[in-house]
Design a protein around this ligand. Structure first.
Ligand SMILES: [Ca+2]
Ligand SMILES: [Ca+2]
Ligand SMILES: [Ca+2]
Length: 498
């Protein structure tokens, strides 16, 4: 017996109507006298979320429904909930639990252990015990300095099939490989000391480590490799839960580190894999905790930080279904990135669970009443990405949209870095119980595109963001599985980007 189930990794509900307790985002027309007046009239307290956005978080004593919110004064543009950005329950893990419950209730419980399959994650894991107990490292290790460069082939690279599919090996020798381009990973954090990432971590050039001073006066003290907006510290480490926790409680398996490796793992350093843009820099912006939750407030702060501190591309392997309530604050943050010429790569989404069919199945973002955001927001810098497999088929879980989704990229069984100097294409791997979950998701496809944009931009530094995106989209390879499913009808193809 072998049950394969998909991690719909970090499918986050942005707008399911779950307001963070008594917190709202208030957009003012100006910053000055208006804030004091607002508090005098309405009580509670205001803290600044975005200076360029003139956005404040209003903390009140009670949760209010829409009609209980204060009438907007002329100085207030809108008031919206500070949504909890919540990881949806993994539908396939739910299905797996149900399957096991049924098995346990069956007359022959030994069927549970009737497995003849071998683990095939190769270099990715440490075998059975690692499969059960892997992950769960201590939070916030000290940020190490980048080590002296090493050399040698990347032994796990052959398992990163997506790089071969998109033609990376043929392009790398004649490319700048992302050199000089900063990609912001807005996610669960990054293992910034990972042996295959450490040399490519962005280092804030104007900040002196550990002196307790905000040297570059950007509002963040000792921000060396990015920032942790989930808990407000300078160590955006990718805190994970262990495998048992993943199976039975959900949470983060090392999502941001996996995403980062696909973008810019170091090449020819004798270990692991390589990213699509193996000389790009990773800016680590954590806003989702190990439990898989963040807020609109922290997402906006991460986007603003990326724009203000030199990122050219933002990777957003997160999103949720559009609800009835206002998403103006997030929309305006992405629009500020657009005005600054920053590209926003967004995952098209991992479908919805169908209990009868026993898994998550993609839907059409263009016609669905609850399309994924931010992927489907109509902002010019958004490049939304569907997931395809090694055989150029659309992932069964992957959303699509002939208008709103731009292209496909590798997103099924993706091999990349995970915390603790490890590599995985398989997130849960307990062959003894026949339980396997691969690193699948539009979350995994999106960083391939972010890396490709970094690579193309480093080779064409005079281009503005629109020229980079246009070249990428014009350079896709048409495949039948994506005809009528994405706006280009094709998948990422590096040799074609000109
Ligand atoms: Ca600083
Ligand atoms: Ca932290
Ligand atoms: Ca490597």
């Amino acid at each position: 017996m072998r049950i394969i189930f998909r991690m719909s990794v970090l499918c986050i509900s942005l707008a399911a109507g779950m307001a963070h307790a008594a917190e709202y985002l208030v957009r003012f027309e100006s910053i000055g006298q208006e804030q004091a007046r607002f508090i005098k009239e309405n009580g509670g307290s205001l803290t600044l979320v975005s200076k360029p956005g003139m956005l404040y978080k209003w903390t009140t004593t009670s949760v209010r429904t829409a009609d209980q919110l204060p009438t907007w004064s002329p100085s207030v543009s809108y008031i919206q909930p500070n949504f909890t950005i919540r990881m949806l329950a993994n539908p396939s893990i739910e299905a797996l639990r149900e399957a096991y419950k049924a098995k346990m209730a069956s007359s022959n419980p030994f069927d549970l252990f009737d497995t003849d399959e071998d683990s095939d994650d190769g270099e990715g894991g440490g075998g059975f015990l690692d499969g059960i107990f892997g992950g769960g490292y201590a939070d916030n290790p000290a940020i190490k300095a980048a080590p002296a460069s090493r050399s040698g082939a990347d032994p796990v690279l052959k398992k990163a099939w997506g790089l071969t599919q998109i033609g990376a090996p043929s392009v790398w020798p004649k490319s700048k490989q992302g050199d000089g381009i900063i990609v912001a990973v807005t996610d669960t954090g990054v293992d910034y000391n990972h042996q295959d990432l450490i040399a490519n971590m962005w280092r804030n050039p104007k900040e002196i480590p550990d002196d307790g001073i905000d040297n570059d006066k950007n509002g963040y003290v000792d921000d060396i490799v990015g920032w942790d907006f989930a808990v407000d510290d300078n160590k955006p480490y990718d805190m994970t839960v262990d495998t048992l926790g993943l199976m039975f409680g959900g949470g983060n398996p090392g999502h941001g580190t996996h995403v980062s490796g696909s973008i810019a793992a170091v090449m020819d350093n004798g270990v692991g894999v390589a990213g699509v843009a193996p000389k790009a820099q990773i800016m680590a912006l954590r806003f989702i905790t190990e439990k898989g939750q963040g807020t609109t407030e922290s997402a906006i702060k991460a986007i603003d930080y990326a724009v203000a501190n030199g990122a050219k591309i933002i990777n957003a392997s997160w999103g949720g279904e559009k609800g009835d309530e206002d998403d103006s604050a997030l929309i305006e943050a992405i629009e500020r990135a657009e005005k600054a010429g920053v590209i926003f790569c967004a995952a098209a989404g991992n479908g919805r669970v169908d209990q009868a069919k026993g898994g998550a199945f993609g839907f059409d973002n263009d016609s669905d009443p609850k399309p994924m955001i931010p992927a489907t927001l109509n902002i010019a810098n958004i490049v939304s990405v569907a997931a395809i497999d090694e055989k150029e088929q659309l992932g069964t879980f992957s959303n699509w949209g002939a208008r709103s989704v731009k292209l496909g990229a590798p997103g099924v069984k993706v091999m990349s870095t995970v915390p603790g100097d490890r590599y995985q294409d398989t997130v849960i791997d307990i062959p003894f119980l026949g339980m396997t979950a691969h690193w699948d998701g539009t979350s995994m496809a999106t960083p391939h595109v972010a890396g490709a944009l970094a690579l193309a931009w480093s080779d064409n530094t005079s281009w503005d963001y629109k020229e980079v995106v246009d070249a990428l989209l014009k350079g896709t390879k048409a495949i039948s599985a994506l005809t009528g499913k994405v706006s280009t009808g094709g998948r990422l193809d590096l040799p074609n980007i000109k």
